[in-house]
Design a protein around this ligand. Structure first.
Ligand SMILES: CC/C=C\C/C=C\C/C=C\CC/C=C/CC(=O)SCCNC(=O)CCNC(=O)[C@H](O)C(C)(C)COP(=O)(O)OP(=O)(O)OC[C@H]1O[C@@H](n2cnc3c(N)ncnc32)[C@H](O)[C@@H]1OP(=O)(O)O
Length: 278
C-alpha cells in the first residue's frame, strides 16, 4: 500500500514529498504558499506507463486532501515534458494488462482535469500526444520557446486520439482548428501553439517561466471562497459527464483496436522509425 510521506528537507521554504522507491516524479511544496511543483522524471522521455500514471494519481489524491493551493506540472528531463503514453504498454501486451493500463490512464486524467485547485503546466520540453493532453488538462499553460513542440500526433502512428483528448483540445482552440490539428497529426512549435491558443504564454527561459507561473497564481490566490473551482467544474462538466458515460465502452474499443494485428504492426513500424531516426 502506497503512502505519501511529507517532511521538511530544508529549514526553509520547501518541503518535499517522497513517493515510491523508483522516483518517477519529484514533488515539492512551498510552505508559504502551499503551491506544489510536480516534476516528471521517468527517463528517457517521461513516457506515461502504468507506474508513472499511478504516481501522478496518488499525488492528485494527496493534493486534494491537503487543500493544495496550486499545482505546477513540469519535467526534470532535459528537453522533454512528456513523450505521451508509453508505447510499450500497447505493444505485444495482453488484454488484462492493457485494460488495467487504460483504466489507470482514464482515472488519472480525470483527477488532473477535475482538480479543485488551480493547475499550471510549465511545458519545458516536447509534448506530443498524451503529453499534450496532460498540459491541456491543466488550467494554464506556459511553454518554453523556441524549439519545443506540442500537439496530438496520433494520426502519424496510425491510432486515433481518444474522443476526450479531442474534446479537451476543442474546448481550448475550437472545433475547426482541432479537426485540422488531429487529422494531420500536427505538432506545433511554441510560437505556433501560442498563435492558435493551445498555450497561454511563452517564456524564453525557466526563470521567465517561473515568474509567469508566480504571476498566474498571484492573480487568483486572493480570490475568496470556492467560486473559481465551481466555475471550473461548470466549464469542464460537459466533457467529464460524457467521459464518465462512455469510459467503459471506450476501454473495450481501445482494447479491440490496439490488439488488432494491423495496429500492432503500425506500432512496431513507428518504434523502428523512432529508433532509426538520425
Ligand atoms: C474504431 C476505434 C475506436 C476507438 C479507439 C480509440 C482509441 C484508439 C486507441 C488508443 C489511443 C492511444 C492514444 C495514444 C496517445 C499517445 O500518447 S501515443 C504516444 C505518442 N508519442 C509519440 O509519438 C512520441 C514519440 N517520441 C518522440 O517523438 C521523441 O522520442 C521525443 C520528441 C519525445 C524525444 O525525442 P529525443 O529526445 O530525440 O528522444 P528519442 O526519440 O531518441 O527517444 C529516446 C528513447 O525513448 C523511446 N521513446 C520515445 N517516445 C516513446 C514513447 N511514447 N513510448 C515509449 N518509448 C518511447 C525511443 O524509442 C527511444 O528509445 P531507444 O533509446 O531508441 O531504445
Amino acid at each position: 500500500m502506497y503512502h505519501l510521506k511529507k517532511f521538511n528537507v530544508t529549514s526553509g521554504k520547501y518541503r518535499k514529498l517522497f513517493s515510491s522507491v523508483a522516483k518517477v516524479i519529484d514533488v515539492s511544496t512551498d510552505d508559504k504558499t502551499n503551491i506544489t511543483r510536480v516534476y516528471l522524471q521517468r527517463p528517457p522521455v517521461n513516457s506515461l506507463n502504468s507506474h508513472l500514471l499511478t504516481e501522478i494519481s496518488y499525488i492528485m489524491d494527496d493534493l486534494e486532501k491537503t487543500k493544495c493551493k496550486g499545482l505546477v506540472l513540469t519535467s526534470n528531463i532535459v528537453n522533454i515534458f512528456s513523450a505521451g503514453l508509453d508505447l510499450t504498454e500497447f505493444y505485444k501486451t495482453d488484454i488484462q494488462k492493457l485494460s488495467n493500463f487504460w483504466t489507470t490512464l482514464q482515472n488519472t486524467w480525470l483527477k488532473l482535469y477535475t482538480a479543485t485547485f488551480p493547475t499550471v503546466a510549465l511545458i519545458n520540453g516536447h509534448s506530443p500526444a498524451a503529453g499534450c493532453l496532460l498540459a491541456l488538462s491543466c488550467d494554464y499553460r506556459i511553454m518554453l520557446s523556441p524549439h519545443y513542440t506540442i500537439g496530438f500526433n496520433e494520426a502519424k502512428i496510425g491510432i486515433p486520439a481518444p474522443f476526450w483528448f479531442i474534446e479537451v483540445m476543442q474546448s481550448i482552440i475550437g472545433s475547426r482548428k482541432t479537426e485540422l490539428s488531429v487529422l494531420t497529426g500536427q505538432m506545433y512549435k511554441t510560437d505556433e501553439a501560442l498563435a492558435i491558443g493551445l498555450i497561454d504564454e511563452t517564456a524564453i527561459n525557466l526563470t521567465e517561466a517561473e515568474s509567469k507561473v508566480n504571476s498566474f497564481f498571484k492573480n487568483i490566490i486572493a480570490f475568496p471562497g470556492k467560486s473559481r473551482s465551481l466555475m471550473k467544474k461548470d466549464c469542464r462538466d460537459h466533457i467529464v459527464q460524457k467521459f464518465l458515460l462512455k469510459k467503459d465502452e471506450e476501454r473495450e474499443l481501445v482494447i479491440e483496436f490496439i490488439m488488432n494485428p494491423k495496429t500492432q504492426k503500425n506500432i512496431e513500424l513507428y518504434f523502428k522509425a523512432l529508433q532509426n531516426k538520425v
